[in-house]
Write a protein that binds this ligand. Structure first.
Ligand SMILES: [Zn+2]
Length: 219
């Protein structure tokens, strides 16, 4: 399979914007990919945006970003205080927040966001707004395993070395104390999904994260 690499154009760093509704979404969805890019020595400038991070979840969001972006050239964390579970009902304000954030920094090369058909209302809104807001970027929609059973068939894969997959899960368990009581928030959930995606893309070590790449322009 011909690999299409996530690489910066020219000598500058790869500019990445990560959008997450809640304080563990980015880490679960694309944390392994971010770790793998850094481990490969790729310079990253990351703008990390979490929409509903208040109180303890704000602390978790900052700790999560710090762990997953340790090797990044630049990391900027922006936290919103919108109400968890109610994002679509604050739609106008959320849209203005996302658009103002975009205007406040460099244009990204890649945007990671939620899957368009995610059944969580907060996730879905953020996916729609990403496509409204970013027209010149590679937009990759990540997956979040959950009760709703809404995983689909992804079409873009980032193979992960076993050590990176395990490091991702270690970070998740270390940072997200508020989620540990949830039955689904286990090592097996995260390793299992990465293992499945690894099988689907023939990853050497057997692990991968997967994305929905809805639109790609090839040169
Ligand atoms: Zn979420």
């Amino acid at each position: 399979m011909l690999p299409l690499a996530l690489r910066p154009p020219g000598r500058r760093a790869l500019r990445v914007t990560c959008l997450g509704a809640h304080s563990d979404d980015i880490e679960i969805g694309c944390g392994g990919t971010l770790l793998a890019l850094q481990a490969q020595g790729i310079k990253l400038e990351v703008r990390w945006v979490v929409l509903t991070a208040a109180g303890a979840r704000a602390t978790e969001a900052r700790r999560g970003a710090a762990r997953f972006l340790k090797g990044a050239q630049r990391a900027e964390v922006t936290l919103g205080a919108f109400r968890d579970g109610f994002l679509p009902f604050d739609g106008a304000a959320v849209k203005e927040f996302i658009e103002a954030h975009r205007r406040s920094g460099d244009e990204p090369d890649v945007v990671f966001t939620h899957f368009r058909h995610d059944r969580h209302q907060d996730h879905r809104l953020l996916s729609d707004l990403a496509w409204n807001t970013y027209r010149d970027q590679v937009v990759l929609e990540y997956e979040i395993p959950k009760w709703d059973g809404d995983l689909a068939v992804p079409n873009a894969f980032v193979p992960l070395p076993t050590a990176i997959a395990k490091r991702k899960v270690r970070h998740l368990q270390a940072v997200f104390a508020t989620q540990r009581s949830k039955r689904w928030f286990t090592d097996e959930t995260f390793m299992g999904l990465m293992r499945l995606r690894g099988i689907e893309c023939g990853a050497t070590d057997g692990y991968a994260e997967a994305f929905h790449a809805r639109k790609l322009r090839l040169v």
